[in-house]
Design a protein around this ligand. Structure first.
Ligand SMILES: [Ca+2]
Ligand SMILES: [Ca+2]
Ligand SMILES: [Ca+2]
Ligand SMILES: [Ca+2]
Length: 528
């Protein structure tokens, strides 16, 4: 090598190495303008919120398909026709369900038959669609005795209560839409759809959760590892009177009870729009990112441990995750945040945070050009903005979103649903490090193991993930759980099953997809 070139390379390498220790690898996302997704979530007042996307596999080929809410447009079901590692390609499902007036949708295998079903949130009666395979669905409202109601529904979560053979669905409802001109204080009740005690495979009449404060995101989560999940509700202070953020005890077989001040619950008022959860400080307890207008929260349990009180510290500022103003696009007014998701986009073993951003419609005190965030987590737990460098800083008015590996190459791709503007899809072109993707499966009820926990160990570090259904903004995922391994070429995994059984630690090879089932060794997806 010529000395000059060698010196140049040496000079280039030195700072690069120093940076590599402190700064996360920035993955490059390329917008897939020819992905075949041609969809717009559209609408005025009744669709100022919503715009969710359900990400799940409707034809059993291991590639994640999606149903995107349409608002005043029909919703769109897309089959993922990508090839492994190839361009992202989607094809509309001919004759697929196209429910109208949809705000969002979530996948869940309600009847545990191995076909993913859908809960479709609407402005009007909600619907349950039973999966029949090959991306076909039938309306199961009657069969499952599901009461759709007539509310403006905006939020969803599901759990399997202890011993139940049928899930409990929680649906969050927003404003009374008949009150368009003075809607303040007109929040409609959220509903809990529990199993019908008298008959298998049916829901009981819904139980109203009183009081309700205009929910935009809800999540069943076992915040204190008690074995019984609670229901977190994030509420929009714009429309409630006397409201606050909420968490409900959901004791099996007994009525829901709100957490109160006597238990340590601290009143908090935000423009709650979305909930993301992950164990970011690796203490085994989930932490929560709550999206809002300007003032996003990153809640970390103050004193984790047995008998913990529901007292949370807001670490958004300390961890660099406030994401409260645009960082590009030229505007300095506060941001408006919607869907949020923790996931590891560069596979370094530390979950990152995507936040979808966009003005409600024309709120003059908030930024109109409001870029989405991609906050990369450093090993010291501090997040740094990389949305612009990564290429996902779209200034469209985003609402719902999903990070998901659509082409099964081990790099999480991205879909963002904008309001009154086209849905956007990006392929993650890396660089990334080693990874594994896991799907949990058990026989009998709750086939997809909601309420279980995955522990993944590399060296002396354990990543913990609660298997949840719900949260986000108006959309969610089922199927694959993604873990970055950093430079580790192997890992060990164990599952804590919802019945309390602790699985054995089992070795996994890197860069592969596995199915984990109780009492069995991991099965590679390709060997299934
Ligand atoms: Ca598929
Ligand atoms: Ca099913
Ligand atoms: Ca990461
Ligand atoms: Ca990918």
């Amino acid at each position: 090598m010529r000395p000059f070139l060698a010196a140049l390379l040496f000079a280039a390498l030195l700072p690069g190495r120093a940076i590599a220790e402190d700064t996360p690898l920035v993955p490059m996302f390329t917008e897939s303008v020819d992905s075949g997704v041609s969809h717009t979530f559209a609408g005025e007042w009744e669709f100022m919120v919503g715009g969710g996307v359900a990400v799940f596999d409707c034809d059993g080929n291991g590639l994640q398909d999606m149903l995107i809410a349409g608002g005043e447009n029909p919703s769109s079901l897309y089959r993922n026709v990508s090839t492994e590692g190839g361009p992202l390609k989607f094809a509309p499902v001919e004759g697929g369900p196209q429910p109208d007036k949809t705000s969002g949708a979530y996948p869940i295998d309600i009847d545990s038959d191995g076909q993913m079903d859908l809960v479709v949130l609407r402005v009007g009666a909600n619907r349950v669609l039973r999966g029949l395979g090959d991306c076909r669905f039938e309306d199961a409202g009657k069969k499952w005795a599901f009461v759709g109601g007539d509310a403006w529904s905006t939020a969803f979560s599901a759990t399997w209560e202890k011993g139940a053979a049928w899930p409990t669905l929680a649906i969050g409802n927003y404003i009374d839409r008949a009150e368009e001109f003075s809607p303040w204080g007109s929040c409609t009740d959220n509903w809990l759809h529990r199993p019908d005690a008298g008959g298998a495979g049916r829901f009981a009449p819904p139980v109203p959760l009183v009081p309700s404060h205009c929910a935009l995101s809800i999540l069943f989560t076992d915040w204190n590892r008690s074995g019984t999940p609670s229901l977190r509700v994030s509420n929009d202070r714009e429309y409630y009177e006397g409201g606050q953020e909420q968490m409900w005890h959901i004791p099996p077989g007994a009525p829901p009870v709100l957490y109160g001040k006597d238990e340590g619950w601290q009143p908090l008022k935000i423009w709650g729009m979305g909930i993301a959860s992950a164990d970011i400080d690796a203490n085994g307890y989930p932490d929560y990112f709550l999206t809002s207008m300007a003032d996003n929260k990153l809640q970390v349990l103050a004193e984790p441990g047995k008998g913990a009180k529901p007292v949370y510290k807001d670490e958004a500022f300390r961890r660099g995750a406030t994401a409260h103003r645009p960082y590009t696009g030229g505007e300095f007014k506060p941001s408006t945040a919607w869907h949020a998701q923790f996931d590891d986009v560069n596979n370094d073993g530390f979950v990152d945070l995507f936040v979808a951003k966009g003005n409600v419609s024309a709120m003059p005190d908030f930024a109109m050009k409001d870029p989405n965030n991609l906050l990369l987590q450093r090993p010291d737990g501090i997040f740094t903005e990389a949305g612009d460098k990564a290429g996902v800083a779209s200034l469209s008015t985003a609402r719902g979103a999903a990070l998901a590996d659509f082409n099964a190459d081990g790099l999480l791709d991205l879909v963002v649903v904008n309001r009154n503007a086209p849905t956007q899809v990006w392929r993650n072109d890396g660089p990334g490090q080693h990874w594994v993707q896991l799907t949990l499966r058990q026989s009998g009820p709750n086939r997809d193991v909601i309420g279980g926990w995955i522990e993944l160990r590399t060296g002396d570090r354990v990543q913990t993930r609660e298997i949840t259904s719900g949260g986000g903004h108006a959309g969610g995922q089922a199927g694959w759980w993604h873990f970055g391994l950093g430079d580790a070429t192997g890992s060990e995994v164990r599952v804590l099953w919802p019945d309390g059984t602790e699985g054995d630690w089992q070795p996994l090879g890197p860069d592969d997809r596995y199915i984990l089932s109780p009492g069995q060794v991991p099965v590679r997806w390709v060997d299934r």
